[in-house]
Write a protein that binds this ligand. Structure first.
Ligand SMILES: Cc1cc2nc3c(=O)[nH]c(=O)nc-3n(C[C@H](O)[C@H](O)[C@H](O)COP(=O)(O)OP(=O)(O)OC[C@H]3O[C@@H](n4cnc5c(N)ncnc54)[C@H](O)[C@@H]3O)c2cc1C
Length: 504
């Protein structure tokens, strides 16, 4: 028998990871990618002399010696020179600029600063910081339970041992800290504390996720990509190609060929047909299941998930190239606004601002890219896009609104702006085909986090899924692991020892 061939749909993190492990394990793989470059949601694009980083905000577990970092290294990325430690997760500033909280790695200081701001909330603050300290010291922080076997390879003993390993984390899936940030924030008495805690990440996301981020900062395990997404993605592409893998860009898969309940190949938009022994889709889950496979391989459980689970809301992202250095700003800032503003059907009380002042390639010396991102509604942008003029006008209006707000925070900035770029949910969809422009797939909730999504579909052989649609919350480590998991499963089926390095 010849070498088993694998077709992978999508060259995002999951597709690239699947490809690297496929090659390392002696399979012959090819990736078909819709866009003209690799990375998927981990995207960056040039605007004149500026580089806009439109993806990965921070990298979890970037320091060697942790299971996640080992996996980054297996797929050829995470050069220590290209990542800088994030010592402050977020700088939160009130409406008048006289209350500033730096969410730094120094938890004693953070606790003191929070209590100084709201002494009435001291007890709640201490409990919260206690959780961050606990998580900081947990070995699971740099593993996140990902190194356990995928569900398909687990026996009863593995599940028990996983539950034992994860026992400390269970409280985050059930109790008070499983609540959404929005809900948890109501535990505080002060309005400032409520608003701040609601906005430390996504208001809809669970508060334990914020605890985890603060713990990774405190543990020195949260990194910023000095060269943005390309600095993380390109080394993986290079490793994949050096192992003999092939990526075909501008190649959108429109159908997965199935014969006798076996996936046999794909048909591209240009009509060409490509065959392989195994097909792995890392493309959007809904598109894969309901369009590429015509909804023929479904059970009630999968149907229910796609009918009821919530996704991360899409975002509108405004990036500005500014002739100013922003040396003293944190990479991530949140400003409470004097006047809230409206965007579509939503009202915003805070302005989140990323400042790319830590990198090498974002802007020429003395200049900086800054970026604001707002959660928004897919339907609003989808409808608007039908009228190109109205769509472009709305983009301009959002940029103008942002610049007006920034002028209050950074007087004189208007005249220093040299580049404006607005990316909408429609943009995200156009380049990645993710359902409703969702940036991270399924929202993390109590229900979604307790559910294991299989990487296979009922009654369909030789077919697997990887990426953010098979693991709630998506994210860099999870998506990379999901590709690795698929090749682990295939190796087991082929009775082969799973390899993580090149055999010498
Ligand atoms: C702004 C932003 C910030 C983020 N920040 C972080 C962060 O700080 N930390 C973190 O861990 N995660 C972060 N994430 C999430 C993380 O980037 C994603 O969860 C992850 O990159 C998803 O990878 P994926 O391979 O599963 O999917 P994708 O990146 O969506 O890749 C799928 C690929 O498949 C291609 N494709 C789709 N359909 C087809 C088709 N029919 N034919 C051919 N190709 C197809 C797409 O073009 C795409 O390249 C962020 C995401 C965004 C958008």
């Amino acid at each position: 028998m010849g070498v088993k061939s694998i077709i992978i749909i999508g060259a995002g993190l999951a597709g690239l990871s699947t490809g690297v492990y496929a090659q390392l394990n002696g399979y012959e793989s090819r990736i078909f990618e819709h866009h003209s470059k690799a990375g998927g949601l981990a995207a960056a694009w040039k605007r004149g002399e500026y580089l806009i980083d439109g993806g990965i905000h921070f990298l979890i577990a970037h320091k060697p010696g942790t299971p996640i970092c080992d996996v980054y290294q297996e797929i050829g990325t995470n050069d220590p020179e290209s990542v800088v430690d994030m010592t402050t997760y977020l700088r939160f500033v009130n409406e008048t600029g006289d209350k500033i909280v730096n969410f730094t790695k120094n938890l004693d200081k953070l606790e003191r600063d929070l209590i100084d701001i709201s002494p009435d909330d001291a007890e709640e603050i201490q409990k919260f910081i206690k959780e961050v300290r606990w998580m900081k010291d947990s070995p699971l922080l740099t593993d996140l339970g990902m190194s356990v076997k995928p569900p398909e390879l687990r026996g009863r003993f593995d599940s028990l041992s996983e539950m034992w390993q994860m026992r400390g984390f269970m409280k985050y899936f059930m109790g008070k800290y499983s609540r959404s940030a929005q809900h948890f924030a109501q535990s505080f008495k002060s309005r400032f504390m409520k608003t701040m805690f609601e906005n430390l990440f996504s208001p809809d996301g669970p508060i334990w996720f914020v605890i985890m981020i603060l713990a990774t900062v405190a543990a020195g395990q949260l990194g910023l990509l000095k060269d943005g997404c390309p600095g993380f993605i390109q080394p993986i592409v290079k490793k994949y190609e050096s192992l003999g893998g092939e990526i075909q860009y501008d190649s959108t898969v429109i159908k997965i060929i199935v014969e006798n309940n076996k996936a046999k190949g794909v048909i591209l938009e240009d009509g060409s047909e490509h065959r392989a022994d195994v097909i792995v889709s890392t493309a959007d889950g809904r598109n894969t299941i309901f369009r590429l496979l015509e909804g023929k391989y479904l059970d009630d459980r999968t149907m229910k998930i796609y009918d009821t689970w919530k996704k991360f809301d899409p975002t509108v992202m405004v990036s500005l190239g500014v002739s100013r250095s922003f040396e003293d700003d944190a990479p991530l800032n949140m400003f409470l606004l004097q006047e809230p503003f409206r965007l579509g059907s939503r009202t915003f009380f805070c302005l989140p601002l990323r400042v790319f002042n830590y990198g090498r390639n974002f802007a020429p010396a003395g200049k900086t890219v800054i970026q604001a991102m707002f959660e928004t509604d897919w339907n609003y942008w989808y409808e608007l896009r039908k009228n190109r003029e109205a769509y472009e006008a709305e983009k301009r209006q959002i940029a103008e609104m942002l610049i007006r707000q920034l002028e209050i925070l950074y007087p004189g900035i208007t005249s220093e702006i040299e580049m404006v770029d607005v990316a909408t949910p429609y943009t995200t969809w156009r380049y990645t085909l993710n359902d409703m422009g969702s940036p991270m797939g399924w929202l993390m909730t109590k229900d979604t986090l307790m559910t294991q999504l299989p990487r296979t579909l009922p009654n369909l052989n030789n077919f697997y899924m990887a990426g953010q649609w098979v693991l709630p919350g998506g994210g860099v480590p999870g998506c990379i692991y999901s590709g690795r998991n698929v090749i682990q499963i295939i190796c087991r089926e082929d009775r082969k020892q799973f390899q993580t390095g090149v055999k010498s």
